[in-house]
Design a protein around this ligand. Structure first.
Ligand code: UDX
Length: 447
């Protein structure tokens, strides 16, 4: 089988490489000439563990190629995937679909007149977009033989390849049996490992994607608020998470408290769903609140650092470990660090920071930060250490060395990488999320 993947952003590139791994002849298309040239040379423009090897292997086997020529990619393809960006539209929070519709029109012009093609939306698109894509293609090429399908992705950055090759489920939304047969063919290797394939209508598949991300964002926000409550009453949020998560109806995952969710999906998709629901006259009050609570939470994280520093960070040096929205990515989109660091700087602190992969990107977004070559350099002379992203290398710091290089042994661990016991025994004034200190009384008793 043969496919074209339009857009070599995160979703397009990972999906294209993974389909070629399934044995599908895959052509990845992008307008960005320099990006295509780099990909042809085997240079991967994003940070995703394992992607370079997967691309190299399949390109060498002749199953994966790159081009700027959309018509060349679409020619002879059984399916054409639209995987272009859908950023939040400035001002109203709706998903910006201009790239999707432009791609649909271009695909329509390039469709083979003698063969059947499935046009698949892989980008996260609001309910109704698939129908609009079909309308655009029909208007542009009334004689074309095609169907439209929604096939949302559920890839997590940092583990996207595993998520694609061994997913919990695949969602395929279309009204056409012919399109379903083509999609089944593309995902054939997953039938062998008995992956559930959820066949639905177009609109249902589109909504499943938003509902999944929104539910997960809600789960995180819930445990974050429970964590705050734990601090007030002297309870331990990890034990609460375990105690509720072992109930199969709730589930253990996505109950890790932190500085608030970020990334390229949750913030954008929760907001887009809120707008869609309001427009449809069926507002999602819970999700509106989740968006608001998460935004406030990210901003409030700087206050924890100020409190740990005795009420002021004026003239203090803060050593920040991790700035990306989560580990194993260089992605800075909606990262909590983008709220926390400027707030600390505005309060008079000098911020020194280290991140294993995100510093290049972060330097463009966070001015006046001193970027350091490693964690110890970032903490050198610091009045307070702040862990914002839980990279593995921050889990095994040499605490004695950290204490030696820091001016004062104060740590704010926004990802609960360490235990209060270990840190307090190592002589740190340690602050984490939703867990009691062994030394300090709960906030309620202090008041
Ligand atoms: C997410 C979805 O998981 C994925 O299915 C979808 O396709 C895209 O959006 P991603 O954005 O890569 O993936 O990251 P994810 O691992 O889901 O984390 C999102 C955010 O939530 C991060 O900021 C992370 O730190 C935070 N998070 C996650 C928590 O704070 N606690 C948790 O328990 C889990």
């Amino acid at each position: 089988m043969r496919i074209a993947m339009i857009g070599t952003g995160y979703v397009g590139l990972v999906s294209g490489a993974c389909f070629s791994e399934f044995g599908v002849d895959t052509v990845c298309v992008d307008k960005d000439q320099s990006k295509i040239e780099r990909l042809k040379r085997g240079e991967i423009p994003i940070y995703e563990p394992g992607l370079d090897d997967l691309v190299a292997k399949n390109a060498k086997a002749g199953r994966l190629s790159f081009t700027t020529d959309l018509a060349e990619g679409v020619r002879g393809a059984d399916a054409v995937f639209i995987a272009v960006g859908t950023p939040s539209r400035r001002g109203d929070g709706h998903a910006d679909l201009s790239y999707v519709y432009a791609a649909a029109e271009e695909i329509a012009r390039a469709l083979d007149p003698d063969s059947y093609t499935v046009i698949v939306t892989k980008s996260t698109v609001p309910v109704g977009t698939g129908r609009e894509v079909a309308r655009i293609v029909r208007r542009t090429r009334p004689e074309a033989d095609f169907d439209v399908c929604s096939n949302p992705e559920f890839l997590r950055e940092g583990s996207a390849i595993g998520d694609f090759l061994r997913p919990d489920r695949v969602v395929i939304g279309t009204d056409s049996d012919r399109a379903r047969a083509v999609m089944r063919g593309l995902y054939r290797p997953l039938y062998l490992i008995e992956t559930p394939i959820v066949m639905t209508s177009l609109e249902t598949a589109e909504l499943i994607k938003y509902a999944a991300n929104t539910f997960l964002a809600t789960k995180i926000t819930f445990i974050n608020e429970i964590a705050d409550l734990c601090e007030r009453v002297g309870a331990d949020v990890h034990d609460v998470a375990k105690g509720i998560g072992l109930d199969g109806r709730i589930g253990k995952k996505f109950l890790h408290p932190g500085p608030g969710y970020g990334g390229s999906c949750f913030p954008k998709d929760t907001l887009a769903l809120v707008r869609t629901a309001a427009d449809a006259g069926s507002p999602l009050r819970i999700v509106e609140t989740v968006v608001d609570v998460n935004d406030r939470r990210k901003k409030a994280m700087a206050d924890r650092v100020v409190a740990a520093c005795g009420g002021s960070v004026e003239g203090r040096r803060i050593g920040v470990l991790g700035v990306t929205f989560k580990p194993n990515t260089d992605d800075m989109r909606d990262a909590p660090s983008l709220d926390i660091i400027p707030a600390l700087q505005a309060a008079g602190a000098a911020v020194h920071a280290f991140d294993p992969a995100g510093m290049h990107e972060a330097a463009r977004m966070l001015p006046d930060v001193t970027w350091c070559p490693d964690a110890y350099a970032a903490l050198d002379g610091a009045d307070c250490a702040v862990i914002i992203t839980e990279w593995n290398e921050f889990r095994a710091l040499d605490l004695r060395r950290v204490r030696e290089v820091m001016k004062a042994p104060v740590m704010v661990d926004l990802r609960n990488v360490y235990t209060a016991e270990d840190m307090e025994m190592a002589g740190f004034d340690y602050h984490s999320i939703g867990r009691p200190s062994l030394l300090k009384k709960p906030a309620r008793e202090q008041a």
